[in-house]
Structure formats: structure tokens, C-alpha cells
Design a protein around this ligand. Structure first.
Ligand code: 5GP
Ligand code: ZN
Length: 113
């Protein structure tokens, strides 16, 4: 998607502070952190949201969760973190490229706001 900022970040056309990268997944720091640790995990291919995950593209989603666990272990917050994806306008999705927020370093309330 030529006008998608996360596709541009995945392609290196917009700079980001990378935390992890492989052929299919990129993790980078959120520009506007909501916790002491706030990392975004994205598939490099464009998937609009969690509503568009199918049997054909879900392997990368499983891989994203493996990467999240690896990052949590490396950064020392395996015992307390949250993974969130906002899907659609009502849930507050502002970037229409599937992404998972990996948040840690503070207490989190439940239910979320
Ligand atoms: P959403 O609101 O869609 O769930 O999350 C989008 C996230 O992307 C927000 O937390 C926002 O701070 C982050 N974000 C938006 N544009 C950029 C950008 O250009 N670079 C980085 N690193 N984060 C971004
Ligand atoms: Zn995209």
C-alpha cells in the first residue's frame, strides 16, 4: 500500500528505531509511548487490521507473538506485559496496517479504557 505509513516504515522509507527485524516481521519503538516500554510489532506485508486475519495470512501473526515473547525475555519483562491490537475506528485504530502494541514497565488496569 503506497500511502501506508507502516508499509513505508517496513520498507525503510520512513525511519524508525528498530528493536527486531526479520524477513516477515518488524518491531520498532512507538513514537508516542504509553508505557516505559512501548514497542510496535507489524507484519511487513500489508494487512489492514485484526479483522483481516485469515488462514492464508495468520502464520505471520503467530510469528509476531513469538517475537513479542523473545523481546520480552531479552528486555527482562517476561513476567509482566500487555499485547494489544486496536481494530477499527471504534477501538481507536489510527494506522490501518495491522500492528500489535507490546507494553511493559508499569501497572495496567483491567478492563482497559
Ligand atoms: P493505533 O492507534 O492504530 O492502535 O496505534 C498506532 C500507533 O502508531 C500509535 O501508538 C502511534 O503513536 C504510532 N505511530 C504513528 N505513526 C508513527 C510513526 O511514524 N512512527 C512510529 N514509530 N510510531 C508511529
Ligand atoms: Zn501497510
Amino acid at each position: 500500500m503506497s500511502d501506508c505509513i507502516f508499509c513505508k516504515i517496513a520498507a525503510g522509507e520512513i525511519p524508525s528505531t528498530k528493536v527486531y527485524e526479520d524477513d516477515t516481521v518488524l518491531a520498532f519503538l512507538d513514537l508516542d509511548p504509553q508505557a516505559p516500554q512501548h514497542i510496535l510489532l507489524i507484519p511487513k506485508t500489508h494487512i489492514q487490521s485484526a479483522a483481516d486475519i485469515t488462514a492464508a495470512n495468520s502464520a505471520v501473526v503467530a510469528h509476531i507473538f513469538e517475537v513479542a515473547a523473545k523481546i520480552a525475555a531479552e528486555k527482562g519483562f517476561s513476567d509482566g506485559f500487555r499485547v494489544v491490537t486496536n481494530c477499527g475506528e471504534q477501538a481507536g485504530q489510527s494506522v490501518k496496517h495491522l500492528h500489535f502494541h507490546l507494553l511493559a514497565g508499569r501497572d495496567f488496569t483491567w478492563p482497559p479504557g
